[in-house]
Design a binder for this molecule. Structure first.
Ligand SMILES: [Zn+2]
Length: 420
């Protein structure tokens, strides 16, 4: 009888605790759950849409503080002086609808030293996303002190930044400025290597060269394709791509052997017009190029797909690997449904898992597509048209720069090892 009572009591206690245990479990699951990434990609129209260009200018204010958007990559649409120390900045997208990547970049100076507050506003559709960086020379950017920056909630309509202005120019930007000139300068460095050459594969709408670099001295039997900067503000993805490529070109027996076996083709800047115009996301056709890989309406996508298809036709070779570098809220890999087999089945999951193990305490967030259908992204084009094992390599907006470098390097090193 006593034993039964004890048991009953235990059941009663368990029943009373059950909701609490359930809540604790739910919370634990939720907090350890990884971000699930974007939903299924819809096929969207990719014919040209209207874009509104910024009027390049110096915004002069009565109190002698001046702002400028007159440089490549700038984005600042309006300035309103609210009082002696508060300035409201208007930052607008190139067109709508648009994914929320509210890029900003501008410079400011004043006739004497001043402490100012800048209020960022993003029109009807935007919200503050990028933690501000400042620079004294437009080249080296630093994160602002957290005490000088106020932004509340996940998608705040406005944010406030405290800065000290003076006669010297201060640059403020959403990320480090990686303009077309920076990419040119990097490309010039790479071209000094005997095994690197550049080919112009087309022109953008505004007449900029669309270029592919060939890295390697192999026959074009098994080729690799790497692209980045489809989306202008995605600088952290670009930095990961750079670290990846700089490992492939290094002077080591492994890298040399790799380059004698495979050619890597690289398009470092898919959307130079969007970058130059400080766009949030689109090219000057007003289109997200990463939704155009089925329709092929935009010159950037047309040029690269033509290049890859004629390469295969001319050489009889095949693309075995492809990566498209992007940035988003946090590090994530979008991969192809693992049931589908391309030219090197299993290469991508093996690559991500092995290369991630080399980074202390890092667990990769891998999101294979749920369907086995082709979609409108580059990743899908590389796999479904070429059989290339492919991935979209997404780097977080705020991933520390040294971790970005580690990830890019480790991915390249592991790839060279797997493909040796
Ligand atoms: Zn992107």
């Amino acid at each position: 009888m006593k034993a039964i009572r004890i048991q009953m009591n235990a059941i009663f206690i368990r029943m009373k605790l059950a909701p609490l245990v359930f809540l604790i479990l739910l919370f634990a699951c939720k907090s350890s759950q990884q971000w699930e990434g974007q939903g299924p990609i819809q096929v969207v129209a990719t014919e040209n849409k209207e874009v509104s260009f910024q009027e390049k200018q110096v915004f002069r204010t009565p109190s002698g503080v001046h702002f400028s958007n007159d440089f490549e990559g700038a984005r600042l649409n309006g300035v309103e002086q609210v009082n002696d120390t508060l300035f409201r900045l208007e930052i607008l997208p190139e067109n709508t609808p648009i994914n929320p990547s509210p890029w900003y970049a501008f410079k400011l100076w004043s006739e004497g030293p001043k402490n100012l507050w800048l209020e960022f506003t993003y029109g009807e559709t935007g919200f503050h996303r990028y933690y501000p960086k400042v620079s004294q020379d437009g080249i080296e950017f630093y994160l602002v002190d957290s005490l000088d920056f106020i932004s509340e909630g996940e998608r705040p309509k406005t944010a406030m930044l405290k800065v000290k202005s003076g006669t010297d120019t201060l640059w403020v930007a959403a990320q480090d400025l990686v303009g077309t000139h920076d990419v040119e300068a990097w490309k010039d460095e790479l071209e000094k290597l005997s095994f690197v050459s550049t080919q112009v594969i087309g022109k953008s709408t505004q007449g900029r060269n669309l270029e592919v670099l060939k890295i390697g001295r192999a026959e074009d039997k098994e080729m690799l394709m790497v692209i980045s900067q489809q989306h202008p503000p995605e600088v952290t993805g670009y930095l990961a791509m750079k670290a990846f490529v700089e490992t492939i070109i290094e002077d080591s027996p492994e890298a040399e052997k790799f380059r004698s076996k495979y050619n890597l083709y690289l398009m470092p800047q898919m959307n130079p017009d969007g970058v130059a115009n400080g766009h949030w996301r689109h090219n000057v056709g007003g289109v997200d190029t990463n939704r155009d890989w089925v329709n092929l309406n935009q010159p950037e996508v047309q040029a690269l797909t033509r290049f890859m298809e004629s390469k295969v036709e001319e050489t009889g070779g095949q693309f075995i690997f492809a990566a498209d570098f992007h940035s988003t809220w946090e590090d994530i890999f979008y991969t192809i449904n693992e049931d589908l087999k391309g030219n090197r089945p299993g290469l991508i999951p093996k690559l991500i898992k092995r290369s991630s193990k080399k980074i202390p305490d890092y667990v990769p967030n891998i999101r294979p597509t749920e369907t086995n259908q082709r979609s409108v992204t580059s990743n899908s084009y590389f796999f479904f048209v070429h059989g290339a094992e492919s991935m979209t390599f997404e780097v977080g907006d705020n991933t520390p720069r040294d971790l970005i470098r580690q990830k890019g390097e480790s991915t390249a090193r592991t790839l060279m090892k797997i493909l040796k």
